[in-house]
Design a protein around this ligand. Structure first.
Ligand SMILES: [Zn+2]
Length: 88
């Protein structure tokens, strides 16, 4: 029996949101570390916290969770859209 949580995208820190966005694009932790220019251990730490918020234990579970929660938790906003920037 799994117990999953709602974790609205706004509950994630800005850094966690960057990691979530990349996870949902299918990037591996090593690739995420490269794109964010940090150590891969930092990414594992972020991923751990992200999984904890979502109540999941693997990237597969995270994907399934994100699919189920894309509307109620606002994850469609990070699914495959570029970040929204203020018009200049
Ligand atoms: Zn939800």
């Amino acid at each position: 029996m799994s117990r999953e949580s709602h974790a609205e995208i706004w509950e994630f820190t800005p850094r966690q949101r960057e990691v979530v966005r990349r996870l949902l694009r299918g990037l591996a932790p090593k690739q995420i570390a490269l794109t964010l220019n940090v150590d891969v251990r930092t990414i594992y730490w972020h991923v751990e916290n992200i999984y904890r918020l979502a109540g999941v234990h693997s990237v597969g579970e995270f994907f399934a969770w994100a699919h189920r929660h894309r509307e109620c938790c606002g994850l469609e906003l990070v699914w495959d859209e570029p970040p929204r920037r203020a018009a200049g």
